[in-house]
Design a protein around this ligand. Structure first.
Ligand SMILES: [Fe+2]
Length: 316
């Protein structure tokens, strides 16, 4: 496998206990409490990787600390040598979870995506409602620069690229009781959208998300609406404006999105989507509301495309 495997993904949650119940009880992921400097950190195995839950002010997490996806840790036998090989500046090194050596690389060198290299840390996973991390959503303002780091330098292959736009079609009708009907369609108008690049990292991907055209949607016209492409564009543009480019959300792969979203609502979790809607790469997606975990931590589900068609529905 070219490039690197993701060993774990560090999530910072204001309500770690709720996030543990979500991942462990509702999704059925296997939990392993891993020792770190005298305390235990809950890790949940998912596919070939794992997610780890931290309080936002945990000393293992470097500044700036906030709720959300904090860093990803790529697996290598020699973290320091790996960073040096790729010309990445190390800002911190030490002994992390389970006594594994790690290095933290300067975020500027990875276009804001907080990245560590760590010795292999074993977290077992079981088959569950979320069978792997599908992707990490990355808010970027320069997809090309990000590709230069992760593909050209680190050797992680590109899976695909995609452009998502929301288009408004307006048709006027002129209907007379004597002269009949005339229909006039105006040219389609692009309201906004995103440019995406998917880069393989082991059994999951980085999904680079860049504003389709910042001039098309000035900052003061970004909407609050959720659950559509314009809403996704607004969320990414606001993230970049507030925090700069970096890790924005995590998505888990599931086999039946129209079953899992209502099940999670039945379990008492607040959901943005209750049924799958079109997402990247012909998939269906559905979001969990970040308020469940004290705010800031955004997760969604993906039912990947199968057999060259939309996963479970034909949207035409
Ligand atoms: Fe996503």
């Amino acid at each position: 496998m070219p490039g690197y495997e993701m060993n774990y993904l560090a999530l910072a949650a204001r309500d770690v206990e709720a996030a543990c119940r979500f991942l462990g009880d509702s999704l059925g992921l296997a939990r392993r409490d891993v020792p770190l400097e005298g305390r235990n950190i809950p890790f949940f195995g998912v596919g070939k990787s794992a997610v780890a839950l931290f309080e936002p002010d945990d000393p293992y997490l470097e500044e700036p600390r906030f709720a959300g996806v904090h860093h990803m840790a790529l697996e290598t036998d020699d973290p320091a040598a790996t960073a040096a090989k790729h010309g990445l500046t190390v800002t911190d090194e030490g002994v992390g979870p389970d006594g594994k050596k790690f290095v933290t690389v300067e975020p500027k060198g990875t276009v804001g995506i907080r990245t560590r290299f760590i010795e292999p840390l074993e977290i077992p996973s079981v088959d569950s409602l979320a069978y792997k991390i599908d992707h990490l959503g990355i808010a970027t303002d320069d997809n090309d620069a990000t590709v230069r780091v992760f593909t050209d330098n680190l050797g992680c292959p590109i899976d695909s690229t995609q452009t998502d736009v929301e288009i408004r079609h307006v048709t006027e009708s002129f209907i007379s009781d004597k002269y009949g009907a005339i229909y006039h369609s105006r040219p389609p108008e692009i309201l906004g959208g995103l440019r995406d690049v998917f880069i393989n990292i082991g059994d999951c991907e980085l999904e680079l998300l860049m504003d389709y055209d910042p001039d098309l949607t000035p900052k003061d016209q970004l909407g609050e609406e959720k659950g559509n492409t314009k809403g996704d564009q607004s969320a990414i543009a606001k993230f970049v404006a507030r925090r700069g480019p970096g890790l924005a959300h995590v998505a888990f792969a599931t086999r039946d999105i129209d079953a899992i979203l209502p099940k999670l609502a039945d379990d008492g979790w607040r959901m943005i989507d209750l049924e799958g809607r079109p997402g990247g790469r012909g998939s269906l997606i559905g979001f969990v509301h970040p308020s469940n975990f004290g705010g800031g931590l955004l997760m969604h589900f993906v039912e990947p495309q199968v057999d060259g068609g939309f996963a479970a529905k034909d949207f035409g």
